[in-house]
Design a protein around this ligand. Structure first.
Ligand code: ATP
Length: 301
């Protein structure tokens, strides 16, 4: 019997994010190019004999009750399969919170994977993904990972060939951006054609393994709202380009910005300037990482 599982829940960035329209039911139809990056939260699952789900986390401001996505994920499967035993979930966050990197969704995905394994529920990846969408639109993708096109409300996924490797500098400014605010102010049905990113062009460049083709077309329609409201997002984008990034973009609904670098020296210099040096006032959290393209499992934490 498995009594302990150590899992890594990876974050994502969007190489492209388009919103096609707002549906009658209020959901937005999206077309997003998702890419897993090497920043992860640690999720430890510890079996216990007594029933119940207990959540512990290193961030005091995150809920530890049923509002935490890891709780929701465990509860979803354990209720459905009438699991008699209990579970302690230890969550150590490294992915910036409420930042557009799907941290909570990825934690939930890791818990779905782990609970399925620990209690031998026998669900396939596809079945886990079907359940995951009930927790959040990005959860199915976080189970799949790698490079993928995400459509519908995020639940229709098409895997894409892995991106050519490069350095990814991630910078989150010290502001909070509500996803709800961004979508409410988007007016998705009134966007001009030129405000939509060229998602098909990005897909074609990914198929050609053309990193410059991708970086030249990076686009996120949600920037039309956030950059106007929070100029620091544009400032960080410009700074990363100044430091030699081949492209930079806001991820998800922000405020996290990333820059892609093919020159490791430039990436390191940019990281040091953003993290410790003259540009360190721009961002609160700064990471230098890569694309993460392995899909096998969530292990190795
Ligand atoms: P997305 O890219 O999907 O928009 P995000 O990066 O904007 O995700 P998250 O970090 O996943 O947002 O979390 C957003 C909110 O969800 C937080 O304000 C937090 O209170 C709540 N939350 C619940 N569970 C978690 C979790 N495990 N990790 C982070 N946030 C969580």
């Amino acid at each position: 019997m498995i009594k302990h599982l150590g899992l890594k829940a990876y974050g994502k960035i969007n190489l492209g994010l388009d919103v096609l329209r707002r549906r009658e039911d209020g959901y937005h139809e999206v077309r997003m190019i998702m890419q897993t990056v090497g920043i992860f939260d640690r999720v430890d699952l510890i079996w216990k004999a007594e029933p119940g789900i207990q959540v512990e986390t290193n961030l005091y401001y995150l809920p530890t009750n049923e509002n935490n996505l890891v709780y929701k994920a465990a509860n979803l499967l354990m209720s459905e399969f009438h699991v008699k035993e209990g579970l302690t979930i230890r969550l150590k966050k490294f992915i910036p919170v409420a930042a557009g990197m799907a941290g909570g969704s990825s934690d939930a995905a890791a818990v779905l994977f782990g609970v399925n394994k620990m209690f031998q529920l026998g669900l396939t990846t596809k079945q886990l993904m079907e359940r995951g969408v009930k927790i959040g639109a990005d959860v199915p993708y976080c189970i799949l990972r790698g490079t993928a096109l995400s459509e519908g409300i995020g639940e229709i996924l098409t895997p894409l060939p892995p991106m050519p490797q490069c350095q990814v500098l991630i910078a989150k400014p010290a502001i909070s951006v509500s996803t709800k605010f961004v979508y409410e102010n988007l007016h998705a049905n009134d966007l001009r054609p030129d405000e939509h990113p060229d998602i098909d062009g990005i897909i074609a460049a990914i198929h050609r393994k053309d990193i410059y083709g991708v970086s030249g077309k990076l686009g996120n329609v949600l920037e039309t709202v956030t950059v106007r409201e929070y100029p620091i997002i544009q400032e960080i984008k410009d700074k990363l380009l100044e430091h030699g990034a081949i492209g930079s973009l806001m991820s998800g609904s922000g405020p996290t910005v990333f820059g892609l670098f093919t020159n490791p020296h430039a990436a390191q210099t940019a990281y040091e300037a953003m993290r410790f040096g003259e540009d360190s006032k721009l961002a609160k959290q700064v990471y230098l990482t890569n694309f993460y393209n392995q899909k096998e499992n969530f292990h190795g934490a």
